[in-house]
Design a protein around this ligand. Structure first.
Ligand SMILES: [Zn+2]
Length: 121
């Protein structure tokens, strides 16, 4: 069996590229300067591979030659007991540092999101 590596990043970069093209088209852009992608720490996506696959994914599109900026964001949890936001850490058993509560929702850091498309004037 052939192991296909890094399909994860490949599919994400393809998605980000098509989203950015949509945004560029909606804004009737003639050229795109850069696109910015926010990558959650637990998304399992490595910026290194995003950069690696980006030239191929953007080839022949309006994004060809535009810069790819990857921003990594930490995981953020929202405590449902006291309402505070925090970065869960294993050392604290992922408990809320404010009230020690166990009920928390992950509100950031899990997804890969297209956060900006800079269009050339
Ligand atoms: Zn709390």
């Amino acid at each position: 069996m052939v192991k296909v590596t890094n399909m994860h990043e490949m599919s994400y970069i393809a998605r980000m590229v098509s989203l950015a093209i949509e945004v560029a088209n909606e804004n009737k852009a003639k050229a795109v300067k850069s696109i910015e992608v926010t990558i959650g720490k637990t998304s399992g996506v490595m910026p290194y591979y995003m950069h690696k696959y980006y030239p191929d994914a953007s080839k022949g599109t309006i994004l060809e030659g535009a810069e790819l900026i990857c921003k990594e964001v930490p995981v953020t949890a929202l405590c449902e007991e006291c309402g505070s936001e925090y970065e869960p850490v294993r050392e604290h058993n992922y408990l809320c540092p404010n009230c020690g509560g166990r009920k928390a929702r992950i509100i950031a850091g899990r997804d890969v999101v297209l956060t900006n498309v800079v269009i050339e004037d």
